[in-house]
Design a protein around this ligand. Structure first.
Ligand SMILES: [Zn+2]
Length: 278
């Protein structure tokens, strides 16, 4: 669910084993071997942070930080603690983002990855704090920051505390910019609500996975508000790239080498801004 209570997950007929992209039968093994993409049409299935670290980071280089942060119930909402416990079990994470340092083709970076499985990747105080810490660590240590976003928006269960995270993460992104370290965002399906309206749109380079839903409110809410049909492919990565919200669409198989290349491209400018010798 996103802020507006709309189900934003695309209809995936996974039980029948049919790929939502090409409607052909695909077995789990070949999808997994293909980084959770369809071997026939390249449809990108959703992926969790721990699986992403395996293909992005150099082997055994990921070191998690701020791992022990866990949400409290700041507005005493009944049932929130139970929801958090369920989400922890389901996602095997303590909250909807994992943050750490790692190497990508030998280059040190800070990597933050969101999980849609944890309460729809919603941003509460812990997600906001961990994202901000990642950006500030990047500023302090002059390291590139890469964030994979996957979110239905703000975490309604934390009320105003979740909305405050938008300003907090945005000001942390400004600190990274001042320090001259590069910031790359990878928008994954879906990225909506308060995450889109804050740090997800503030990177130096905005990358998107193919076919990802990227927007603020979901298409059905917009359709209901304006009482008009929406164009084909509305709010998908390709649509958003045509309109300037996305710089490049990179399929999963190419993300590691593309990010590595982008870090190299930014090196001269980065070194100049941070007064570092290259
Ligand atoms: Zn397919």
């Amino acid at each position: 669910m996103n802020l507006t209570g709309e189900l934003i997950m695309p209809i995936e007929n996974l039980e029948a084993g049919l790929c939502p992209g090409c409607q052909t039968a695909q077995d789990d093994k070949s999808i997994d071997e293909n980084l959770k993409t369809c071997p026939s049409c390249g449809y990108h299935y959703r992926m969790e942070p721990l699986e992403r670290i395996k293909y992005l980071a150099d082997p055994d280089s990921f070191r998690e930080f701020s791992a022990n942060l866990s949400s409290l119930n700041p507005i005493d909402l009944s049932g929130y603690e139970e929801k958090l416990s369920e989400a922890k079990l389901k996602s095997q994470m303590r909250d909807a983002v994992i943050t750490g340092t790692c190497l990508i083709e030998g280059k040190p970076v800070i990597l933050a990855l969101m999980s849609f499985k944890f309460m729809g990747g919603s941003m509460g105080s812990v997600v906001g704090e961990k994202v901000s810490r990642s950006l500030l660590k990047g500023a302090k240590e002059k390291l590139p920051v890469i964030i994979y976003t996957n979110s239905g928006g703000a975490r309604m269960q934390e009320g105003i505390f979740s909305l405050m995270q938008m300003a907090k993460t945005s000001s942390a992104a400004a600190e990274l910019d001042k320090a001259g370290a590069p910031f790359f965002i990878v928008l994954c399906d879906p990225t909506t609500g308060g995450v889109t309206a804050s740090f997800a749109m503030l990177a130096d380079i905005t990358i998107a996975e193919p076919g990802a839903l990227i927007g603020f409110a979901g298409p059905r809410v917009i359709e209901g508000t304006i009482r008009q049909g929406l164009p084909e492919g509305f709010q998908r990565s390709e649509f958003q790239m045509e309109r300037g919200f996305v710089d490049i669409i990179v399929k999963r198989q190419d993300q590691r080498k593309t990010i590595s290349h982008l870090i190299d491209l930014h090196k001269t400018q980065f070194a100049f801004a941070s007064g570092r010798k290259i």
